[in-house]
Design a protein around this ligand. Structure first.
Ligand code: RFL
Ligand code: PHB
Length: 391
């Protein structure tokens, strides 16, 4: 098999890259370890920045997003028995977020790729990138097994869009990479429930018992998160306990009640911050979670993945149209500026809103003071708002 760009991973990064490349007339093949059904039903992110919505709209894959996505012009911060609205329409006029499930973005992209005759191979195993190092003589290639047959995909470039646990980053010599890593002493228990949202906007609640988030997927389906131990066992969280804890952390303001309903899905995710530098090695380019991870508190991972592949598409398009390798050479530098801004914002939101077991009284007071500042100073609220909707 032969193509121009071999893409490992059919998450948002790999699929969007493949689609954007095809719009520039550049061929690609996407190799995905999981089944189509699995990737289309993996419940994850829900918040799209205005820039991500624009990218998807310009790429012609936003019909359902523009119809079903819920545009929000604010979020609520809830703490100390009070609710505070961060009003985007006032602080960052013209910019909003859209609440639309990541798996819906993935479904839309897969449908668009397949409709355009794009090649996305699911259930691929043992993919192994090779020939991409600066001193390699031949072409880059990816060896893989599909339908019981061992195959080789030859390409000009390899895009590692295979997530945090993927193989592409690991194929780069360790000595060529600097890794930045931070683990948090908690995880998130995510819950999808068949119940109308109890709020029109997302609620980020800071509470002595731990952080809680009320999000949503549609007028009939809500999404919740609870701060829990990083190694928490889901068996310890029967549905009644989840609802009781959500109530304890969210029903802290007068006159507000949480509606409950059947739990459709639940699971625990550990939280981490992680950056790989550089994000490229020879003819291998990393994008999305393969290159960096943020804790989900700032709702940024998917948006950052979309940004990376937009930069990579422009760089590859310039190379194929004979403009040289300048943009490819500066891929890492271009991406890292935004990556580190988002790293800081996500770390900051996480630190602001979670309760840390080892926090002493002084740390807790600092946190309370900053929460009050964000909700009373227009300058501080604008900083949160412009980062949240996307710089
Ligand atoms: P993905 O989505 O992990 O996709 C990688 C794909 O690569 C495949 N793969 C392989 N394929 C072939 N060969 C191999 N050896 C392979 N190894 C792996 C995998 O099966 C998979 O299909 O990475 P990508 O595309 O970079 O996308 C990143 C986003 O998924 C991620 O950043 C977001 O989900 C993060 N995130 C959020 N981001 C937002 O922008 N807004 C949010 O509101 C938000 N909320 C969240 C989140 C992530 C969460 N979890 C579960 C980590 C909430 C949660 C709870
Ligand atoms: C979600 O709806 O899944 C979601 C929303 C906001 C976040 C993280 C996740 O910060």
């Amino acid at each position: 098999m032969r193509t121009q760009v071999g893409i490992v991973g059919a998450g948002p990064a790999g699929l969007l890259l493949s689609h954007l490349l095809s719009l520039r007339g550049i061929g690609s093949v996407v190799l995905e370890a999981r089944s189509r059904d699995y990737v289309e039903h993996r419940v994850r992110a829900g918040v799209l920045e205005h820039g991500t919505v624009r990218t998807l709209t310009e790429a012609g894959v936003a019909d359902r997003l523009l119809r079903d996505g819920m545009v929000h012009t604010g979020i609520e911060l809830r703490f100390g028995g009070e609710r505070h609205r961060i009003a985007f329409e006032k602080l960052v006029p013209g910019r909003a977020i859209t609440v639309y499930g990541q798996q819906e973005v993935v479904k839309d992209l897969i449908a668009a790729r397949l409709a355009a005759g794009g090649e996305v191979l699911f259930d691929v195993s043992a993919a192994a990138p090779a020939g991409f190092r600066p001193d390699d003589k031949g072409r880059p290639c990816i060896e893989f097994s599909h339908d019981g047959r061992r195959q080789t995909l030859e390409c000009d470039f390899i895009a590692g869009c295979d997530g945090f646990h993927g193989i592409c980053r690991q194929a780069i010599p360790a000595a060529a990479l600097t890794l930045f890593d931070r683990e948090y002493p908690f995880g998130w228990l995510g819950v999808l429930a068949e119940v109308a949202p109890s709020s029109e906007e997302l609620i980020y609640a800071s509470n002595e018992r731990g952080f809680a988030l009320h999000s949503m997927r549609s007028p009939q389906v809500s999404r919740f998160y609870l701060q829990v131990a990083p190694d928490e066992e889901i068996e310890r969280w029967p549905d009644e306990r989840i609802w009781a804890e959500l109530r304890a952390r969210l029903e802290t303001v007068p006159g507000w009640a949480l509606a409950t309903g059947p739990v459709l899905e639940k699971g625990v995710t550990a939280m981490r911050s992680f950056v790989t530098e550089p994000m490229q090695f020879g003819k291998l380019f990393l994008a999305g979670d393969a290159a960096h991870i943020v804790p989900p508190t700032g709702a940024k991972g998917l948006n950052l993945a979309a940004f990376d592949v937009t930069v990579l598409t422009a760089a590859l398009a310039a190379w194929y149209s004979g403009e040289g390798s300048g943009l490819l050479d500066s891929y890492t530098a271009t991406c890292l500026r935004r990556v580190w801004r988002v790293q800081h914002f996500s770390w900051w939101m996480t630190t602001l809103l979670h309760s840390f077991g080892d926090y002493d009284a002084y740390d807790r007071r600092l946190q309370q003071s900053y929460l009050e500042y964000v909700c009373s100073s227009q300058a501080a609220a604008t900083s949160l708002a412009e980062n949240y909707v996307g710089l």
